[in-house]
Ligand binder design. Structure first.
Ligand code: AMP
Ligand code: MG
Length: 395
């Protein structure tokens, strides 16, 4: 079995997970956001369908500029000018209106003055200025959204623009969540001092939903072979199985044993990261699974950096990303090299400055909740001085 470094773990996941033959369904436009496209979307006509003005001003023949023009009419958005702009003629035009035939430039209102019924401008010729040519944004029949795109608000605008009231998307993958541990009690039960409320089932359900999956939260598996095995077997009816806890090296960490006995193939069973070192990734009975370490920060981080990629791929998404961006440290930062660390941090409102948040380790949920990002400390470096940049992952 293998412990792999962070980038290798992601490579393994991205190289292994293939979207299963999910069924397709039709989503109404209003509910399409967040879904993954199962069809190509094409433009139903040229965009713009006619040359269109992108300024308020006058449509003229550029060859006539500069000079004095006879104003022969007006065209606003939602209208067309039935006529041809001839030599030394101008049509007053509003933003969004189709540019009349004959004209090939729009002179902004600010560069013109009226003299009786004429328009005068010092503006020189600039053919095509402030005119969006027909089909310049999209050509009729052109693919404007590819299969495998997760639809954001701009994609929804595009669907509306091309007249789609509904769209074919992949079914959302179902994701079983199995919390494990004898010490874990339900949220509505008063815990004894040596017990812990089940928070992981809740954070994971939120993360699963955010990544486009449908969570199925199963009961807590005690640290006991048969009950754990029964719950995992039940979970295998879903598209992806997430276990929290029970994957460390302790005497009662039996999750891996149960999975092995069920015939699991393990792609890795540890990663050089913190929190989340004992993370397990594999496949059993045709289903991918992750064994995520149970400490809450470990569960949250390993879902974000590993399980989310798998879920997005299972959703039919053709590309997955995990963007890190640089921010300037407000104080020195030091860690012990060897592990890639994801630590709670606070980004300034403009995202430029980064302050690590003191924490007590991977059980410290309040520290993670105070954070709005995780700083990413590379495994091969020990020290970053205040003022240097460090990569950050948004929460
Ligand atoms: P484990 O990975 O099973 O060794 O769990 C490590 C620690 O994570 C446990 O001692 C608990 O404190 C905590 N933990 C495990 N499962 C959960 C859970 N479902 N909700 C909150 N904390 C948990
Ligand atoms: Mg445990």
């Amino acid at each position: 079995m293998a412990t792999v470094e962070f980038n290798r773990a992601r490579e393994i996941i991205i190289g292994t997970v293939r979207a299963p033959a999910l069924t397709q369904e039709e989503a109404p436009l209003e509910e399409a956001a967040g879904r993954v496209l199962a069809e190509e979307i094409t433009a139903d006509r040229d965009y713009p369908p006619r040359p269109r003005s992108i300024r308020d001003g006058y449509a003229v023949r550029s060859a006539d500029l500069p000079g004095s023009f006879e104003i022969i009419g007006e065209v606003r958005a939602g209208e067309e000018f039935r006529g041809i702009v001839g030599p030394r003629q101008a049509v007053e035009i509003m933003t969004g209106a189709p540019v009349p035939e004959g004209a090939d430039q729009v002179v902004m209102l600010e560069y013109t003055r009226r003299e009786d019924s004429r328009m005068v401008t010092e503006k020189g010729p600039a053919p095509g200025e402030f005119v969006n040519p027909q089909g310049s944004e999209a050509r009729r029949g052109e693919v404007v959204l590819e299969r495998g795109r997760r639809l954001d608000y701009s994609c929804v605008a595009l669907l509306a623009m091309v007249g789609r009231t509904s769209v074919r998307v992949w079914r959302r993958p179902s994701v079983a969540i199995i919390p494990t541990g004898d010490e874990i009690v339900p949220v509505d039960q008063a815990p004894l001092d040596y017990q812990i409320r089940n928070s992981n089932a809740y954070s994971l359900a939120v993360q699963v939903r955010r990544a486009g999956g449908v969570p199925l939260v199963l009961p807590v598996a005690p640290d006991e072979y048969r009950a754990t095995r029964a719950l995992i077997e039940r979970a295998l009816e879903t598209d992806l199985v997430l276990l929290s806890g029970g994957v460390s090296a302790g005497k009662y960490d039996i999750v891996e044993q149960v999975l092995a006995d069920l015939g699991a193939e393990f792609f890795f069973d540890g990663t050089w990261i913190q929190p989340g070192r004992p993370t397990v990734f594999g496949k059993v009975a045709g289903r991918f699974f992750f064994g995520l370490p149970g400490n809450p920060a470990s569960t949250m981080v390993t879902f974000e950096v590993f399980a989310r990629a798998a879920l997005e791929l299972l959703s039919g998404q053709s590309q997955v990303t995990l963007p890190f961006f640089p921010a300037r440290l407000t104080r020195d930062f030091r860690h012990k090299p060897g592990l890639t660390r994801f630590l709670p941090a606070r980004l300034s409102p403009d995202g430029s400055e980064l302050t690590p948040i003191p924490w007590q380790g991977s059980s410290d949920v309040p520290a993670v909740a105070r954070a709005n990002a995780f700083l990413v400390a590379a495994a091969d470096r020990e020290f970053w001085a205040a003022g240097e940049t460090m990569p950050v992952m948004l929460k």
